[in-house]
Design a protein around this ligand. Structure first.
Ligand code: 5GP
Length: 205
């Protein structure tokens, strides 16, 4: 049985707050791409902390990815998927997408587990943006960086470009190989918060 760890909305808020300064200094994001569903709420919270006085809000684009669960019918914590399925993607037929070219783009997700999803997102976004730039005859480099709330300290199936791993990747917390229960998945939020309050302090750190 995988150990479950409960994270509250306030925990998520504080993790975003604590990471914002480093993200601003190191990545200087001009646009956020949230991986849904888990990246949506962290991305929105983070945006508030990234806003500079008198500056504009950074816009958030969304992509929807899901790990296809082809290993059985158990709970997600027991049957991680292996194949990424695109549920939603950026609209490369729209003019708006050209604004991505040459920008610093921050990809946000809630958790880096096997890294399969992040590998897919970076690989495909880099490819699509490069193709779009080539079509338009533009040569500016688009930089991707990654923010996750939790990174599980384990062997990763997915691989990321070295440049990202070395200097463009931030996890607010590194955890053991536990199952993190996020508040937006809770059916009974009072019960979720009670379980979070009852667990040993600092269990996730
Ligand atoms: P990956 O294995 O590709 O890194 O993670 C894929 C997805 O599986 C994550 O975006 C997340 O939706 C889900 N996932 C993996 N580990 C956890 C976890 O500990 N808790 C929750 N709630 N979801 C997880």
């Amino acid at each position: 049985m995988v150990q479950k760890v409960y994270v509250t909305y306030n925990d998520v808020h504080k993790l975003c707050k604590d990471s914002a300064e480093k993200i601003l200094k190191d990545f200087k994001p001009e646009l956020i791409i949230a991986i849904g569903g888990g990246g949506y709420i962290p991305a929105r919270i983070l945006r508030s902390f990234l806003k500079q006085p008198n500056g504009k809000n950074i816009s958030i684009q969304a992509i929807g990815l899901s790990l296809y669960e082809n290993l059985g019918t158990g709970e997600p914590e027991e049957t991680p998927g292996t194949e990424v399925v695109r549920l939603q993607w950026l609209d490369f037929s729209s003019e708006a997408i050209n604004h991505l070219i040459g920008k610093n783009i921050l990809i946000v997700d809630e958790v880096d587990d096997t890294r399969t999803t992040l590998q897919y997102a970076v690989q495909e976004l880099e490819k699509d943006v490069k193709e779009q730039a080539a079509k338009l005859g533009r040569s500016e480099k688009t930089n991707f960086s990654i923010f996750v709330l939790h990174n599980k300290d384990k062997e990763k199936r997915g691989k990321l470009p070295e440049e990202i791993v070395d200097s463009r990747y931030l996890a607010a917390r590194t955890t053991k190989d536990v199952w993190v229960c996020y508040p937006w998945e809770a059916i009974d939020i009072e019960e979720h918060d009670r379980l979070a309050a009852e667990q040993p302090q600092g269990i996730i750190a």
